[in-house]
Design a protein around this ligand. Structure first.
Ligand code: SF4
Length: 775
């Protein structure tokens, strides 16, 4: 066996296929003579009969020559050439067919591909090259497990200079964005080589998004598929692709979830899709409404299969839908695969019910407004959220406890490289025992952490901060309307991008935030600009690395758990998980409750709220401040009165007390009350002077006050509001209390009115001066 000379593969900087299959006899059917010769050659090969093999090769030239030509191109060593020919001759003899007619499955089935124990396994690259050049099967290397040798195969087929030039060009771009390690040096060459092989050209300019997508859809492991996103971003940056690939979705998925059109009538789906294409709502809201009206369609399919369009809705159906939403449970009206196990009977949240009603109401209103359907009823009224659901919905900013927040602040300010979450890749690959590298640099994570801890901004705003978002106050500035001055570098201004409630604005933040951002901006590799989905502007995101903006979920899913780990606090407290938004309410609450607090309007401006009504929910008074205010209000004290009590110890000692004699005397000012349960007497603050009363001028009182064993104590008497008013507010309130108690019996029995009448009667009967009866 001998090959032809290696034909030139690169002309004018372009690679050209060195094998022209048109010049070969490609009849897939073996004639009888060829069948006999194949059998003979198989025997010669087994016996290593060189002369026999050469003679058969001459007879079977239309089959052997093309193989040898390919092996010349792939620069197969002599021994390997023998093995490849040996393998393919045996396969043709066994299958009784020429390789020209083999299908992809046949090639896949060839022994060298599938059996690790095969003696010809080392020849697999060259066998694949034969299939590649002669049968046009350009994707055989994508079989499971064969991805690893894509680069070696590409070098054999295209030549090392052409392949390396393309890889280096792409890697240089990725390296500049921050890609390093095994991902760059091993996985990127493999992924790109796979794509080049499938595309049939080593040149990047020949690549298309369709080819990349085709390779990504192959039987690659999920972590390898993610490589293609970066690959496509690099190609887009080089101007080869118009834009990077979209997220990889499985068949039947939309927006990363099982196909939402499942179980819905096609007519209703068509209406929903039409609405989605027409609506001008915010993209996030639009998509949310779209999913919810599809769920309404699933409810229609189950309960009212005859209703397939919005024009069939009426008040009655709307009322039925509101009732159904009120009883909605988790997983209902969803695609079966999405239903969480064991939660089928749990009701969905009140907020989610309200979203359902809002979505259908919006959809039907729009259909009416756009003239798609006649106005038969008012969706706004018919889909009003029931009061019982509304009552459960209230803003609930969950402030993080002071001690936990202080620990998180400490953790954020003392973040170290060893605290960072580890990525998938290592310098040596993905082996679990190798030291994994952090996916993001320390400077970037420190800046994210400090913005989260001190910025009080929304998660969406944080990840969308722009490069150059910090502005320093470089000079001392006087504060308008006061003698105070804002010292330079005391604070810096953080530019917040357009958010869900307002336009872009700047807010003052601590200098530590500006310093951390400045540090990251200094270390940040140049990144390609991207389109801001909210505003449509071309922007440079601050927290962009490896050509990708940090995701929103990264804060809740990675940053906060990392901080909690370092701070030694749990990731959740009594109010739920510690999330990015809880920092916002915590900071707002602390600013509002500070020693020199921000006013409500200042806080509104700082938080970027459109109205102060939203700010009120965040400006919660802290329990400590509330407790202090409560203590200072003296509510408990002002409802108590201290009254002096005289305890006659002599009466206790000599047994008079045990015999029923009074021993405890409550000092009423004008006299003493000897009633043991004075605090329960309704007349205690306006004594009716019942039988328990001892006037101070009386001999009994004088005897008592002269006793040596008299002990003076103070006792707290709780007051009612009217009693407190009588004590504090003067004569009018006192008279009012007297009037109220006029007919209330005293502990001795008679009411004050009866006591007064009795006294008047006594005075009428005896005139003290004359001793005569008078009126
Ligand atoms: S009414 Fe009688 S029991 Fe009540 S405080 Fe006066 S003296 Fe004491």
């Amino acid at each position: 066996m001998s090959g032809h000379a290696d034909p030139p593969r690169v002309e004018d900087g372009r690679w050209h296929c060195p094998i022209d299959v048109a010049r070969y006899d490609r009849n897939p059917v073996l004639d009888p003579h060829e069948r006999v010769e194949l059998a003979l050659m198989t025997r010669y090969l087994t016996a290593r009969n060189r002369h026999g093999v050469q003679r058969s090769a001459c007879v079977l030239e239309r089959l052997i020559r093309p193989i040898e030509d390919v092996l010349v191109v792939t620069r197969a060593p002599k021994g390997l050439r023998y093995d490849v020919v040996n393998l393919l001759v045996r396969e043709m003899h066994q299958r009784q067919s020429a390789f020209w007619g083999w299908t992809r499955d046949t090639w896949t089935d060839v022994e060298a591909f599938n059996k690790p124990s095969s003696p010809q396994r080392h020849a697999r690259h060259h066998v694949i090259a034969v299939a590649y050049f002669l049968n046009g099967y350009t994707d055989l290397h994508l079989h499971s497990g064969a991805y690893q040798y894509a680069y070696s195969l590409a070098v054999k087929i295209f030549g090392k200079p052409a392949v390396d030039a393309s890889i280096e060009r792409l890697c240089a771009e990725l390296r500049a964005w921050g890609y390093t390690g095994a991902w760059l040096t091993r996985e990127t060459p493999r992924a790109l080589a796979s794509v080049l092989l499938v595309n049939g050209s080593p040149h990047l300019e020949d690549l298309t998004a369709a080819v990349l997508e085709r390779v990504r859809k192959g039987s690659l492991r999920p972590y390898l598929k993610r490589t293609f996103l970066a690959l496509s971003t690099g190609l887009a940056s080089l101007g080869i692709l118009p834009e990077p690939l979209a997220r990889d979705l499985k068949d039947g998925e939309r927006f990363g979830h099982p196909d939402p059109l499942t179980g819905i009538s096609p007519a209703w789906s068509a209406w929903c899709t039409r609405w989605l294409d027409t609506s001008t709502l915010n993209p996030t809201t639009r998509r949310s409404v779209f999913h919810l009206i599809l769920r309404a369609g699933r409810w229609l399919s189950l309960v009212h299969p005859d209703v397939t369009g919005p024009e069939q809705w009426n008040r009655e159906l709307a009322a039925a839908y509101v009732a159904a939403v009120d009883r909605l449970t988790i997983g209902q009206w969803t695609v079966a695969a999405q239903r969480p196990v064991g939660e089928a009977t749990r009701s969905v949240s009140a907020g989610y019910k309200q979203q359902h009603l809002y979505a259908v109401s919006t959809f039907l209103q729009d259909c009416q407004e756009w003239g798609w359907i006649p106005r038969r009823f008012d969706p706004r009224r018919c889909f009003t959220t029931p009061r019982a659901i509304r009552a459960q919905i209230a803003p609930n900013p969950r402030v993080i406890q002071d001690d936990i927040w202080a620990k998180l602040l400490w953790a954020g300010l003392n973040l170290r490289a060893e605290d960072l979450p580890r990525g998938l890749w290592t310098d040596q690959g993905t082996r679990p025992n190798a030291a994994r590298r952090p996916w993001y640099p320390l400077e970037m994570l420190r800046a994210i952490v400090l913005v989260w801890l001190f910025g009080g901004i929304r998660r969406d705003e944080l990840v969308r901060l722009r490069l150059g978002c910090i502005r320093w106050q470089r000079e001392d500035v006087g504060v308008v309307g006061s003698a105070d001055a804002l010292h330079r570098n005391a604070v810096c201004f953080l530019s917040i991008p357009t958010n869900k409630t307002g336009t872009a604005f700047a807010k003052p933040v601590d200098a530590v935030v500006g310093e951390a951002i400045g540090c990251w901006e200094h270390a940040r590799p140049a990144q390609p600009p991207v389109v801001d989905r909210r505003t449509g502007e071309i922007v440079h995101y601050l927290f962009s690395y490896r050509a990708r903006r940090v995701g929103q979920d990264y804060i809740n899913g990675t940053i906060i758990p990392m901080l909690c780990r370092k701070a030694g606090v749990p990731e959740q407290d009594a109010r739920g998980n510690i999330t990015s938004h809880r920092a916002r309410s915590t900071i707002a609450s602390q600013l509002f409750n500070a020693k020199e607090p921000l006013s409500l309007f200042e806080l509104q401006a700082w938080l970027g709220h459109r109205t102060p009504a939203s700010t009120q929910h965040y400006a919660r008074i802290t329990p400590t401040k509330l407790a202090q205010a409560y203590a200072e209000a003296g509510y408990f004290g002002r409802n108590l009165r201290m009254i002096e009590v005289l305890v006659d110890q002599d009466a206790i000692k000599d047994g008079a007390a045990a015999a029923g004699e009074p021993w405890r005397f409550y000092d009423l000012g004008h006299g003493y009350c000897t009633y043991d349960f004075f605090d329960q007497c309704p007349h205690r603050m306006a004594c009716a002077k019942c039988a328990f009363y001892v006037p101070k001028g009386s001999s009994k009182a004088q005897v008592l006050e002269a006793k040596a064993g008299l002990q003076r104590l103070l006792e707290e008497i709780p007051l009612t509001d009217e009693e407190r008013a009588a004590v504090e507010d003067g004569v009018v309130a006192y008279d009012k209390l007297l009037t109220k108690l006029a007919d209330v019996p005293t502990p001795a029995g008679p009411t004050p009115r009866q006591l007064a009448a009795h006294k008047r009667a006594e005075l009428a009967v005896i005139d003290v001066s004359t001793g005569e009866r008078t009126e």
